[in-house]
Ligand binder design. Structure first.
Ligand SMILES: [Fe+2]
Ligand SMILES: [Fe+2]
Length: 245
């Protein structure tokens, strides 16, 4: 008689296949946290009346970066930072353009909603298949990312009437990038025991909740969340054509 308990398959954290995939996944976490640190510093300049909380958020992101660097070291993995900088290039470019144009709403949508929801989703799905060291760190990081998402939601809720149009435009320009990014790492997330579809579903759940908390109607949430989802998230062969410069 087979056990009814659902058990995770054994993961060999020291296998070459795991370490190869982890070199890119770990680098994405490190560079993602570095960019979050820089983005909150930029936001503190754009919103000087909120510079104290934003500088505090930046400080936390820098701590996350160090924690994920420790996760790589713990498994003797050298993070492929070049890959990770390319991975974020298009989203980072859009954030920088928004900073230059002083588009605070777009900056908040990219960092405090999209990136934070993506981090919460990816980290949450990673926790059950992580090594012991990384699991403990990642569980703590998720709580922080939730607080960062809440900051963005609260600001955008207070300024919803004047932000609505820019949010829709920024969503259309940036949400498709998330699906492209996720497709790009499908094989790597699979190699470390993660189902890409589970990340996508969890992201949609958090992002939809965030849009609702800000003030969008259910109909608008469905329209906004569908941008960039014209191609199924599980298509393996799709060519990702990010202009990485
Ligand atoms: Fe973070
Ligand atoms: Fe964060």
């Amino acid at each position: 008689m087979t056990s009814s308990f659902k058990t995770q398959p054994e993961i060999d954290f020291q296998s070459e296949a795991y370490k190869d995939a982890y070199s890119r996944i770990n680098a994405i976490a490190i560079v993602g946290e570095q960019l979050a640190f820089e983005n909150f510093l930029q936001l503190a300049q754009l919103l000087p009346q909120y510079d104290k909380p934003l500088l505090q958020l930046a400080k936390v992101e820098n701590r996350h970066k160090k924690s994920f660097q420790a996760c790589g070291k713990n498994l003797n993995v050298i993070p492929d930072l070049h890959f990770a900088w390319n991975f974020f290039a298009a989203l980072h470019h859009n954030f920088r353009v928004a900073v230059d144009r002083r588009q605070v709403v777009t900056c908040l949508l990219i960092q405090a909603l999209i990136i934070e929801c993506f981090a919460i989703a990816a980290y949450s799905i990673y926790v059950p298949v992580a090594d012991d060291f990384a699991r403990q760190i990642t569980e703590t990081v998720i709580l922080d990312e939730q607080a960062h998402l809440n900051f963005g939601e609260a600001w955008l809720k207070r300024h919803f009437d004047t932000s609505r149009a820019e949010l829709k435009h920024a969503n259309q320009a940036n949400l498709p990038l998330i699906w492209q990014m996720l497709n790009q790492v499908e094989a790597d997330v699979c190699a470390i025991g993660i189902d890409k579809a589970a990340i996508a579903e969890t992201f949609m759940m958090h992002y939809g909740d965030a849009l609702g908390n800000i003030g969008f109607s259910t109909r608008e949430i469905l329209q906004l969340s569908a941008h960039g989802l014209a191609t199924p998230t599980c298509r393996l062969t799709e060519e990702v054509s990010l202009d990485l410069g």
